[in-house]
Design a protein around this ligand. Structure first.
Ligand SMILES: Cc1cc2nc3c(=O)[nH]c(=O)nc-3n(C[C@H](O)[C@H](O)[C@H](O)COP(=O)(O)OP(=O)(O)OC[C@H]3O[C@@H](n4cnc5c(N)ncnc54)[C@H](O)[C@@H]3O)c2cc1C
Length: 415
């Protein structure tokens, strides 16, 4: 149900990958025959160098994300700059265990895709420019929040002035340090992994053949993801105290260090592009729901990138929240209604817990120095490789298709 007395039906705080993605999913929905009125409050413009969501990073998109973006009609724009992952090799540096996943063994053309965050953002931006019911308020920041039974009032700061905007539902998609979460008084559990991810594009001597490589080393995981022009997107996890030294190495010394960790499965590493670094920690909101408010994406859960699951989890938040809102609208219910928001939370909880558990287990087991744990993980990798049911489970987890799937992931549009 749309309330015409309010400025908007929904205000999304944060126009990063998840906030903008949600606006794309909601843009076509109607309330009583009228389009939903949506605002995005974003602190940093799209092309600004300080924009944290749309940068040079290349991230892995899962099968589920591909399906959701396809149903939303966004995929043709995303695929222009994406590379399919046809196989994944998981190995443990200096040990015998290894596991392999191949798309064709799991009935799909690709286990996932690699795309630059800026290119995904470009696809969202194009869509949003064609939606006259979505307003982007940028640069602007949320600074206050007052929620009653009837509405949410959001205090924003724009051009040095404060302004209050009202809506039925506020969605916090403002990242790991979410101000919305803080204003809602929701606590977070944080686990600093003591690690930083160094990212760069690397060109190896041999063709990657659309394979992704995940290699566990003593300092943490190392991923090579396939990209265009035979380049690989590197995610190299190191301990915090090693970062400065590694970032300061010249290109040849950096590639030599990398080869020593990664081995020679792609031949010699020839070239490396600009390096960037991201300190890693698990942040998990103690709840993702408050009166007339929900948290999604990194505001609800930010993960170690080891399994490439963070944004993919956020995409499934988007799909389930859009479906929940659509269901409330079709029953002429208030979209900020607690019952429908609880449906969203309950549905998302199991997927979020499963992926956080899976990611944290990988991080802790694969960097544990104890010999007994090392032996167990080698046995586990061999087990995954040899036992089809375990392999299928790992593949379904990686592809994001374990558990109850939202309509958008099943190819069914919302309206
Ligand atoms: C090295 C690395 C590799 C990764 N690889 C993968 C991968 O392979 N696959 C994958 O699925 N995920 C990956 N991720 C995770 C993925 O990048 C994040 O999950 C995703 O960016 C989360 O998007 P978000 O929109 O929730 O948050 P963010 O990207 O943090 O966006 C939040 C937005 O909110 C805005 N904002 C913040 N505060 C305010 C405020 N007060 N008012 C208004 N706006 C505000 C910010 O400017 C920003 O635009 C990786 C992450 C890292 C660091």
């Amino acid at each position: 149900m749309s309330n015409k007395q309010l400025d908007y039906d929904i205000i999304i705080i944060g126009g990063g990958l998840v906030g903008a993605g949600l606006a794309c999913a909601l843009g076509g929905l109607n309330a009583n025959g009228n389009k939903l009125r949506i605002a995005i409050i974003e602190a940093i413009p799209f092309r600004d160098a300080a924009q944290p969501s749309y940068d040079d990073r290349n991230i892995a998109l899962s099968q589920a994300s591909y399906r959701i973006f396809s149903t939303l009609g966004l995929w043709p724009d995303i695929i222009k700059a994406a590379t399919p992952i046809e196989s994944i090799y998981i190995s443990n540096r200096g040990h015998f265990g290894a596991a392999r996943l191949h798309a064709k063994n799991h009935g799909v053309d690709a286990l996932g895709y690699v795309a630059q965050t800026r290119a995904i953002g470009e696809a969202f931006k194009q869509r949003l420019q064609n939606l006259d019911n979505v307003e982007l308020i940028c640069p602007a920041k949320i600074i206050g929040l007052n929620i009653t039974d009837e509405l949410a009032n959001i205090l924003i700061e724009q051009d040095g002035k404060n302004k209050t905007l009202s809506c039925s539902l506020v969605v916090g998609a403002d990242g790991a340090k979410s101000k919305t979460r803080e204003l809602l008084g929701i606590a977070t559990q944080t686990h600093d992994h003591g690690q930083t991810a160094i990212v760069a594009n690397v060109t190896p001597e041999k063709s990657h053949n659309n394979a992704a490589y995940e290699r566990f080393t003593d300092s943490g995981p190392l991923a090579f993801l396939p990209m265009s022009e035979q380049r690989c997107a590197l995610v190299y996890t190191v301990w915090h105290n090693e970062v400065e030294e590694i970032l300061n190495l010249d290109d040849n010394a950096f590639l030599a260090r990398l080869s020593e960790r990664f081995g020679d499965r792609l031949g010699r590493l020839i070239k490396v592009g600009k390096r960037g670094s991201y300190p890693l920690a698990l942040n998990k909101a103690e709840k993702t729901l408050a009166k007339r408010a929900v948290l999604i994406g990194n505001a609800a859960h930010s993960l170690h990138p080891v399994a490439g699951q963070g944004f993919n989890l956020g995409v499934r938040d988007i799909a389930v929240l859009a479906e929940t809102i659509n269901d409330a609208l079709s029953k002429n219910n208030d979209i900020g209604n607690e019952t429908s928001l609880k449906t969203f939370q309950q549905w998302r909880q199991s997927d979020q817990q499963r992926i956080i558990g899976f990611t944290e287990t990988l991080v802790s087991v694969f960097i544990n120095p104890l010999a007994s744990v090392k032996l167990m993980r080698n046995i586990a990798l061999v087990g995954v490789d040899l036992l089809p049911p375990i392999k299928n489970l790992l593949a379904r987890q990686t592809m994001g298709i374990a558990g109850k799937q939202p309509r958008l992931a099943r190819g069914i549009p919302l309206n």
